[in-house]
Design a protein around this ligand. Structure first.
Ligand SMILES: [Zn+2]
Length: 111
């Protein structure tokens, strides 16, 4: 099944060809500000269309992406292309889908 999500204005669309089971609520310095709920998938399972802007934190391990028009954070991707994992912001998908996912807290502030 393909799950579809988008930013608020619709300029960035996401198609996830994978079934999310849970979402991570991380309290690290970036995630606590973004308010995203992350599901992790192989980049091969996600198709993203539309113009987007990247942001890298000091350690330059991940790039956080957002829509340049409405500002919604859509996903993060690894800077190292050998990493087979990216984070998808499930808040941009159907509220019904999100409501069915287990939520867990990750203490990224202390990790
Ligand atoms: Zn947008």
């Amino acid at each position: 099944m393909i799950h579809r999500g988008s930013c608020h204005c619709g300029a960035v669309t996401l198609e996830l060809a994978d079934t999310p089971h849970e979402v991570c609520d991380c309290n690290c310095s970036v995630c606590r500000r973004l308010g995203a709920l992350w599901s992790y998938h192989s980049p091969a399972k996600l198709r993203i269309e539309g113009e987007r802007v990247g942001y890298q934190t000091g350690d330059k391990v991940l790039t956080f992406w957002h829509c340049p028009h409405c500002g919604c954070t859509t996903h993060w991707s690894p800077v190292d292309p050998a990493q087979d994992r990216m984070g998808v912001n499930m808040r941009l998908f159907s509220p019904d889908l999100l409501a069915g996912l287990r939520r867990y807290a990750y203490d990224g502030a202390r990790a």
